[in-house]
Design a protein around this ligand. Structure first.
Ligand code: NAD
Length: 295
């Protein structure tokens, strides 16, 4: 089945990026956020991103106009009731996410498919209380969502064939490459990435190299666009810490235990680029080393 109208819940980095991409692909999308002000700020950011794409010749002025017409913003969950496929993109918190699915279950017709963009929480955990576990699927986009090609399509314990096939078709219609993965904590990419990041943290703690040299080595030696510390700042340290906690809680294997340096940064509110400081300091507009923190 081709999806005619979508909704995205959560106007943060991922939610606004996914809505931006859906609208540019010609599909109407309702973007729901926590308040009128914050969702209107998110729309302003989307408009700026389209304008940059026009400047760079990636889209025409007319395409920008049509894409913007495809976006409706709201802060009322009820306004998503006529959407056939709803992608939840709120904070990485299982209780918050299941609460939203429970409310959506009351608002939406039985046929509506629910999807989660969770980084690591098993879909089967989120299915508890959603009222339609067969119509819940993981669609894990990557950051920045308009650019990154991969979407992990996560099949939960009770996800039906029909739901999985609709998700696969939607992902293809959005010009992305879907990889179906089973419902395991961290799924595939984040499980691999956390193993890699954990080793980088151990190397830092053992004094194998400095943080900036580890990032440089990974960029130049492995060809990654960003080293593990810069990537952690880009994605958000809070998101990374929550994903690590999900891996640890589920597997109970010490190799996944959340790192105390990351915990200190998150507790201090230094969440990476989005707050101006994380492993690095971005407050001057450039990526600079920090001298104000002591682990
Ligand atoms: N940042 C990444 O690199 C990345 C990549 C892939 C997946 N994810 C996942 O995507 C999800 C969102 O991450 P993010 O980076 O966009 O986080 P973010 O902190 O940028 O945004 C979260 C948004 O959720 C909104 N929100 C909270 N409660 C809400 C509610 N009840 N109704 C509507 N909106 C609500 C907040 O206002 C905020 O804008 C998380 O599950 C995360 O794990 C993140």
């Amino acid at each position: 089945m081709s999806v005619k109208k979508l909704a995205v819940i959560g106007e943060g980095r991922m939610g606004s990026g996914i809505a931006q991409h859906i609208a540019a692909c010609g599909i109407p999308v309702v973007l729901d956020g926590i308040s009128e002000q914050s969702v209107s700020n998110a729309l302003g950011m989307i408009e700026k991103n389209y304008a940059r794409n026009v400047e760079k010749g990636r889209m025409s002025e007319e395409e920008k106009g049509r894409a913007l017409e495809n976006i409706t913003i709201t802060s009322k969950l009820e306004d998503t009731a006529d959407c056939e496929f709803i992608i939840e993109c709120v904070y990485e918190d299982a209780q918050l996410k299941t609460g939203i699915f429970a409310k959506l279950n009351e608002i939406c017709p039985e046929s509506t498919i629910f999807a989660s963009n969770t980084s690591a929480i098993p879909i089967s955990t989120l299915a508890n209380g959603c009222g339609r576990p067969d119509r819940l699927v993981g669609t894990h986009f990557f950051n920045p969502a308009p650019v990154m090609k991969l979407v992990e399509i996560v099949r939960g314990f009770k996800t039906s064939d029909e739901t999985l096939n609709t998700a696969k078709q939607l992902v293809a219609e959005l010009g992305k490459v879907g990889v179906v993965v089973s419902d395991t904590p961290g799924f595939l990419v984040n499980r691999l990435m956390h193993a890699f990041r954990n080793e980088a943290l151990i190397c830092l703690q053992e004094g194998v190299a400095t943080m900036e040299d580890i990032d440089t080595a990974v960029e130049l030696g492995l060809g990654h666009p960003m080293g593990p510390f810069a990537l952690n700042d880009f994605a958000g340290l809070d998101i990374g810490l929550s994903a690590a906690a999900t891996l640890y809680d589920n597997f109970k294997d010490p190799k996944w235990r959340p790192n105390l340096m990351v915990k200190k940064l998150v507790e201090a509110g230094d969440l990476g680029r989005k707050t101006g400081k994380g492993w690095y300091d971005y407050t001057s507009g450039k990526k600079e080393l920090r001298t104000d923190i002591h682990f």
